[in-house]
Ligand binder design. Sequence first.
Ligand SMILES: Nc1ncnc2c1ncn2[C@@H]1O[C@H](COP(=O)(O)OP(=O)(O)OP(=O)(O)O)[C@@H](O)[C@H]1O
Ligand SMILES: [Mg+2]
Length: 357
Amino acid sequence: MAAADLAEGTLQNVLEQDSLKWVFVGGKGGVGKTTCSSILSILLSRVRSSVLIISTDPAHNLSDAFQQKFTKTPTLVNGFTNLYAMEVDPTVEHEDMGTDGMDNLFSELANAIPGIDEAMSFAEMLKLVQTMDYSVIVFDTAPTGHTLRLLQFPSTLEKGLAKVMSLKNKFGGLMSQMTRLFGVDDEFGEDAILGKLEGMKDVIEQVNRQFKDPDLTTFVCVCIPEFLSLYETERLVQELTKFEIDTHNIIINQVLYDEEGSESKLLKARMRMQQKYLDQFYMLYDDFNITKLPLLPEEVTGVEALKAFSRHFLTPYQPSTSKSTVETLEQRVSTLRQQLKDAEAQLEKLRKGKQKV
Ligand SMILES: Nc1ncnc2c1ncn2[C@@H]1O[C@H](COP(=O)(O)OP(=O)(O)OP(=O)(O)O)[C@@H](O)[C@H]1O
Ligand SMILES: [Mg+2]
């Protein structure tokens, strides 16, 4: 069946699934993750009591999308009463880690388990937002590789904890310095540290369980109709399946439509290329909701632009050519006639000029 014959999908399903608590939005660099996660959070704020959108991309751009400055604490988005945004840096700050001994121990830990520092701060952040009681939390994630690392964080942390235990046996004395890492006063001693580690383990296990529960968590893949993006989406979907994280929505952004009956060869060639990959997306992901979004002539920044673009999340995009009326076609024919007449006149002029030479 040709792609055009398939029913067009929307993101209505995400808005209707009221049990969802965590919505991840991810994909390759520059495909529209921030735009799509911002719009999803705006739409969710209409049907939920409170929504938090978090950017875990070190190159934060929620501020660009909403044209408002955000920090690592949730801030109300201008013009909303229940939509909050925050930008967190998943790379841990080492400055307040304390003594040299601590640094050594920490770097030994960090070397032993790649990504542990990032996983630690991600876990801390999740622990924090869990206590804040938002109805749903949307993640604007960093490009694919980075996101997959973050989603692996429960197992990274578990490995980390095992390593800490073995380090404890190896360097018993240094353990008292570990206290600072977990924010416990020295006087609390080793038992308190172990208690804290156990507590952390509980948070991890709880979050891990939530992320693997399709009633609570879903991952929305954003891509563009090009080879690299198709390839990366497949990798992402496979990894998510491996981590048992639900994914059943793909947004194909920046789709070209020829709405002005353009004669541009470049546009036509790009559209043919896109169609090839669109067909492949529909073939590969026939059990997904696929939502196509048009490439606009301008950027999608600011709440108004995001709101205007959000209608394509709710109803499938209809290029204006497919609803062409007799008048618009007549208009097009008359423009083409005029263009033909102009070209003929110009050719005639050139020919006359040539004869003179
Ligand atoms: N359909 C579209 N039409 C026109 N411009 C778009 C469209 N989608 C996104 N943009 C613009 O493209 C740029 C990149 O989009 P966005 O920031 O959402 O991508 P991203 O995937 O978050 O990028 P990064 O990987 O850098 O975080 C932005 O300037 C955005 O306004
Ligand atoms: Mg972004």
